[in-house]
Write a protein that binds this ligand. Structure first.
Ligand code: GDP
Ligand code: MG
Length: 597
């Protein structure tokens, strides 16, 4: 055990975590020339294209240092706030962390929030100043920032470049010298932390764990404490680029187990794995079920594809346990599903996967957070509102609560005023403001989740010229004055366009929505009135003027009807249009409420 080191890499997004991980794998000879690909750990196609790590993965390296042989387990963590719970579990599986800071960008919001997580778990922090090869690098200044943040010495900060490989030897030396060897007793009852799972369509769910105490053996009956279920360990092993089956894995080490579980949701990240016959009494603390934060309807573009959509969603859920859905129906869109996502990025990923892997063209409706409504009849029992149309009748309503978050924003001092105005516009209340250095300010706000999950991040980047970074954590529910704004097209209410909005902003937003929809909905053969309403009261109105007659396409010879059918089918697939009554609504229109500025 004294020759094992378990570590993770934490960084703000784009500071070079995945690139540096690749260099570590190269340098330790974990990857052969043939296996080399950019950003090896990001194995899902989508991850590679978007340049983000969605799921965390683990990989084992071997390295000889001062004549001794070491096993180094690297646990990669996802960088996006949507997946922060997985970061926290990866961190809990380690004794040390490389804290990567971009030498041009310096410390950012996720640098700090991940650092706090690492410190809460008593990890040894190894600061790495990355991208020193960049002409825009500011090594002295950024080193000072790191020293201020950690209270370390300037010489503790390792200068490195994931691009050129500079400094990688020093990083490996620091991991061995500074990260403590794991503690734990291989003879106690099995106690392992599940920090990740991956769905394999052929073998079922592969569960990744870190053994804290005891020993896991091939063929053992193992128990997942949160679900209470028992399985047979068909195969256990360690992970390099491929899986290496083993007979046993002892306290301190990291590995995978395959049990024939066919559904991702049966394995919960953060759960404790133990022996079925001789279970541990030590349950690993801090387990929580991942909760969806954003809800939206997903509907097939073609109503006939509903059953196929259900099949596809079920298959997707097998390998993405954080996706939840229930059937719903919309007066405007027919049958579909109300889906819960970890955040907007997760929602986009699901939509893209439905298209790519299942060839489904879908319409996603206005996303919203989950509200609690209380009626006067039962003022203590919340009605969970995951869809604005489920809001109980306002006449019997006592109050509505919405989820709040604590937002941490780090920005250059010049932009404090802009960030403040944006956050106030988004109903934020400032709770703290600290100068990290003379140039960099950390601000914290309590804000409604609904105001930040959508376009907040883009707006923040704009008002700070790209300099502000952002992170958030849920802090509970608060009562708000919320009303439902409905949209009528051609005098017909379109339920899929309704949104819950703070009463003070409802008129303004209703007006902007009508204007935006006028832009987004194509003109048709007749005038289309667009109205926004609160209850029976119309608060705003616009009209999409009819097309003039002579614009209709001319017909040429040939098998025109067949050709047109084909064209229409293609158009529908590409454009994602949905016919509601006699109005065609494009996908962007459903997202209009998010893009009003
Ligand atoms: P992650 O989001 O932290 O995993 O960051 P990535 O490893 O995906 O890197 C983000 C971007 O920075 C990519 O375009 C990399 O090619 C680039 N990058 C990473 N490390 C270095 C470095 O040391 N020097 C330079 N010049 N670019 C780097
Ligand atoms: Mg990455």
């Amino acid at each position: 055990m004294k020759h094992i080191r378990n570590f993770c890499i934490i960084a703000h997004i784009d500071h070079g975590k995945s690139t540096l991980a690749d260099r570590l794998l190269d340098y330790t000879g974990t990857v052969t020339e043939r296996e080399k690909k950019e950003q090896l750990l990001d194995s899902m196609d989508l991850e590679r294209e978007r340049g983000i790590t969605i799921k965390s993965h683990a990989i084992q390296m071997e390295y000889t240092y001062k004549g001794e042989h070491y096993v180094l387990n690297l646990i990669d963590t996802p960088g996006h706030v949507d997946f922060s719970y997985e970061v926290s579990r990866s961190i809990a599986a380690c004794e040390g962390a490389l804290l990567i800071v971009d030498a041009a960008q310096s410390i950012q919001a996720q640098t700090i929030s991940n650092l706090y997580l690492a410190l809460e778990n008593d990890l040894e922090i190894i600061p790495v100043l990355n991208k020193v090869d960049l002409p825009s690098a500011n090594p002295e200044e950024v080193t000072d920032d790191i020293v201020d943040l950690l209270g370390c010495k300037p010489e503790d900060v390792i200068h490195a470049s994931g691009k050129t490989g500079f400094g990688v030897d020093n990083i490996l030396a620091a991991i061995i010298e500074k990260v403590p060897a794991p503690k734990g007793n291989p003879d106690e009852p099995l106690q392992a932390l599940i920090f990740d799972s991956v769905y394999n369509p052929f073998r079922g769910v592969e569960t990744y764990f870190r053994v804290l105490n005891g020993t896991i053996k091939k063929g053992q009956n193992i128990k997942f404490i949160a679900t209470g279920k028992t399985y047979f360990a068909d195969e256990i092993g360690t992970l390099k680029l491929k899986q290496f089956p083993r007979q046993e894995i002892k306290a301190g080490d990291v590995g995978y187990v395959i049990t024939g579980i066919k559904e991702a949701k049966e394995v919960k990240v953060g759960d404790t794995l133990t022996d079925a016959k001789n279970p541990t009494t030590n349950v690993i603390e801090g387990f929580e079920d991942v909760k969806p934060m954003v809800f939206a309807g997903i509907y097939p573009v073609d109503t006939e594809d509903y059953e196929e959509l259900r099949n596809s969603m079920e298959k997707l859920q097998l390998n993405d346990a954080s996706l939840v859905f229930t059937p719903e129906s919309s007066a405007a869109l027919g049958f579909g599903f109300r889906c819960g996502f970890l955040g907007m990025l997760h929602m986009e990923i699901i939509q893209e996967r439905l298209e790519r892997e299942f060839d489904m063209t879908v319409i996603t409706t206005v996303p919203n957070v989950s509200y609690h409504a209380f009626t006067r009849k039962h003022p203590e029992v919340p009605v969970i509102v995951n869809n604005p149309t489920d809001l109980p009748d306002p006449s019997g309503l006592d109050r509505v609560e919405e989820p709040y978050i604590k937002a941490t924003i780090i920005t250059k001092a010049d932009f404090v005023g802009n960030v403040m105005s944006l956050c106030i516009e988004k109903r934020g209340m400032i709770t703290n403001q600290t100068y990290l250095t003379t140039e960099r300010v950390e601000m914290t706000f309590d804000m409604p989740l609904a105001e930040i999950v959508f376009d907040f991040y883009d707006r923040l980047k704009t008002v700070s010229k790209g300099y502000a970074s952002f992170d958030y954590h849920p802090i509970g529910m608060k009562t708000s004055k919320l009303v439902r704004v409905d949209i009528l097209l051609n005098s017909q209410p379109v339920d899929a366009l309704s949104a819950l909005i703070h009463a003070d902003n409802a008129h303004n937003i209703g007006k902007k929505m009508c204007e935006k929809l006028k832009e987004l909905i194509p003109r048709q053969q007749f005038d289309i009135p667009i109205q926004a309403a609160i209850g029976a009261k119309i608060i705003s109105r616009e009209t999409i003027k009819a097309l003039r007659k002579d614009v209709t396409a001319k017909c040429y010879g040939g098998d025109i009807s067949r050709k047109r059918k084909l064209l229409e089918k293609q158009k529908k697939g590409k454009k994602r249009m949905r016919q509601v009554g006699n109005v065609e609504i494009p996908q962007q229109a459903f997202m209009a409420v998010l893009k009003l500025n």
